[in-house]
Design a protein around this ligand. Structure first.
Ligand SMILES: [Mg+2]
Length: 188
């Protein structure tokens, strides 16, 4: 896990697209270090972070790593924060994780990176933002959203292939460009 903003004081004026850490994947995340940063609650994106495309169960290695990290560091909660609208119990149950998905408010669908989405999680956890980390593969939904809410953020490389709509929109390319603006050595 590589630090990108380790000595920057948490504040609302930080660059909102820059994660605090980057990692090659879940297995590369140093949870002890996150604990030392004051993290008590873990929020993880599902698609391409926890699971690959077209894989409908958790990788046992990832599952065990997370369960061990929860135990070793005494984290208070593990949560899946996903824009996926299908039932996610099969991923959450083995981790004993709570699930946060898009919801309708008025006529609007509230999803990542909306601040409302993140505030709802904080309210439900009864936790201050700086005790939470958001881990995900997307700069906008996960890093920008988490940063804006005041959480620590970890950007992971996507597991497996991107979804067709992200390939079409060249999301990854644009994200890489955005990171390279700040960190010329950044490679996704
Ligand atoms: Mg994702």
């Amino acid at each position: 896990m590589k630090a990108y903003r380790h000595d920057v004081t948490r504040s609302s004026n930080k660059d909102s697209l820059i994660p605090d850490f980057t990692a090659t994947g879940i297995l590369d995340i140093d949870f002890k270090r996150l604990k030392e940063k004051g993290v008590k609650h873990i929020l993880i994106d599902l698609d391409l972070t926890l699971r690959k495309k077209r894989v409908y169960s958790l990788d046992p290695e990832i599952k065990n790593y997370l369960l061990q990290a929860m135990e070793d560091n005494n984290f208070e909660s593990l949560n899946i924060a996903s824009n996926n609208m299908t039932p996610l119990g099969r991923y959450a149950r083995p981790l004993d994780a709570s699930i946060y998905q898009p919801y309708v408010s008025g006529f609007k669908l509230i999803r990542k990176p909306s601040n409302l989405f993140y505030q709802r999680i904080l309210e439900s956890l009864k936790a201050p933002a700086d005790s939470c980390v958001m881990i995900g593969d997307k700069l906008k939904g996960d890093v920008f959203g988490g940063n804006k809410a005041g959480m620590l953020t970890v950007l992971v490389e996507p597991r497996g292939n991107d979804y067709w709509y992200d390939r079409l929109l060249r999301t990854r390319h644009r994200e890489q460009k955005a990171m390279q603006k700040f960190f010329p050595d950044y490679e996704a």
